[in-house]
Design a protein around this ligand. Structure first.
Ligand code: ZN
Length: 243
């Protein structure tokens, strides 16, 4: 059941043409659980649900992608594919579709979840806000936020989210200067400028048409060198962040 005040409408408004798409090539068993060769494209699942509601309502079941973004005229064999499981939040699945003719998998990421990081967008924002408002060193903050992992992994976990939030804020400032030109690139300043409690989920809507070209965690631009980042991640051992 979906509450009426949280309407769900999965759409792919940003990917109407092949030219606008920025897919990433999958290799064998992908970290997102994909196991088909071909391209992987993330699309926006437009929803006001927070991550807890998304899991509780199994909202991925109501996500829909009516036509193949590559072949809106049909005839390509486009069909719903098995969902994949996110590491965070536990129990969250991501709806997927597959186009055999284009060898492309489309996944619908809900607005509450970060792309290419295992966190919710709210968690990424919370970490960034904590760092910017605290006098403590990142190491001390990391030890408090992630006491469950080693110091090195915790610092990396925090830094990755700080950087991701900073990239999102700067990109949004450039894309929506009429709203954000006067704002400093901080969570606090953006909250005030936009009048919202959670900035990063709001940016999905604000920069909607630019999402394919925008980097994670708000946008869906693929990593520059997915293979290299995979190697680096394995070498680091802990703190893997699947898409
Ligand atoms: Zn197709």
């Amino acid at each position: 059941m979906v509450a009426e005040n949280f309407p769900i409408a999965a759409t792919a408004p940003t990917l109407r043409t092949a030219e606008g798409m920025v897919p990433v090539r999958q290799k064998g068993e992908a970290r997102d659980g994909g196991n088909r060769a071909g391209l992987l494209v993330q699309l926006r699942f437009r929803t006001g649900l927070c991550s807890e509601e998304y899991v509780k309502q199994k909202a991925w079941l109501s996500a829909s992608l009516e036509r193949c973004p590559l072949h809106p005229e049909g005839g390509c064999g486009f069909a719903r594919h098995t969902p994949y499981a996110r590491v965070e939040p536990p129990g969250a699945l991501i709806a997927r579709w597959y186009c055999p003719a284009g060898q492309t998998t489309f996944s619908l990421l809900p607005d509450c979840l970060a792309s290419r990081l295992s966190s919710t967008l709210a968690e990424v924002e919370q970490v960034a806000a904590k760092v910017e408002s605290s006098d403590e060193a990142v190491e001390a903050i990391a030890a408090k936020l992630r006491p469950d992992i080693g110091q090195q992994g915790a610092v990396r976990w925090v830094r990755r989210r700080m950087m991701a939030a900073a990239v999102a804020l700067l990109a949004a400032k450039g894309l929506r200067p009429e709203l954000l030109a006067g704002a400093r690139p901080t969570i606090e300043s953006f909250r005030a400028a936009l009048g919202v409690e959670h900035v990063l989920p709001a940016l999905r809507e604000l920069v909607d048409s630019q999402l394919p070209a925008l980097p994670a965690p708000v946008g869906f631009r693929p990593r520059e060198h997915p293979d290299e980042s995979g190697v680096r991640r394995r070498q680091q051992g802990t703190g893997a962040d699947p898409p």
